[in-house]
Design a protein around this ligand. Sequence first.
Ligand code: PGA
Ligand code: MG
Length: 246
Amino acid sequence: MNAQPPRIHSATFDPIPRDATPLVVFDLDGTLVDTAPDLTGALNYCLAEAGLPSLDVDAVRPHAGRGARAILQLGFSAAGITADETCLTNQLPRFLDRYNAHIADASMPFSGAVDALERLRGAGFKLAICTNKMEALARRLLVELQIAGYFSAICGSDTFAGRKPDPVHLLGTVSLAGGSAPVSIMVGDTDTDMEAARRAGLRSVLVDFGYDPCPAAHEKADLVVSRFSEIDASTLLRLIETVSAD
Ligand SMILES: O=C(O)COP(=O)(O)O
Ligand SMILES: [Mg+2]
């Protein structure tokens, strides 16, 4: 059983509805789950089929949040080959089939992530996923990791007409989760996430252990954390109230 939604002391701040349940929207790759190992596995499968050398996971990790095409491009360019659109379009189904079949072989939630989900749910927060992964892949990963049940909505790059940083993606996720933007927070690892939050009018938390915590992402984030233990109910409620009072 979930606890009662925490009280947000918002009486003086328009437009937060008094009875709104706070919502935390998580990015997936590089934020909740370290997906780089299985993305690297799918890449190396394609490279091997093409007779090209494999890449180490550490070489792929900084690019792991940029989608399958970018990861394929990285692998081919490391072998000195410029992969044109036709090459990428040909490789993509192979990559995605392999990834789909091995999506949780070695991918793991980051340290403290599941405890944070448990803690926030216990404190009455709603939780959701807004990822630029395709929705079916995101769902499969979360189910295989046995954490899908935490989320009121799981929205991927193909769920709505736009994807992050298009605010349509984030606002659609908030709406599907039954949340309200003024009491919602985006937690992510890239500038794409921080920019989506800014455009959608959500508070933002940057995890600096993710795949691409660049200076622009730091600049846009309302809060930067280095571990999940820093993400607790009181910190997030304070963030909602503080920014609301601006
Ligand atoms: O797969 C991607 O393109 C990125 O996924 P993310 O939005 O969960 O980081
Ligand atoms: Mg990410």
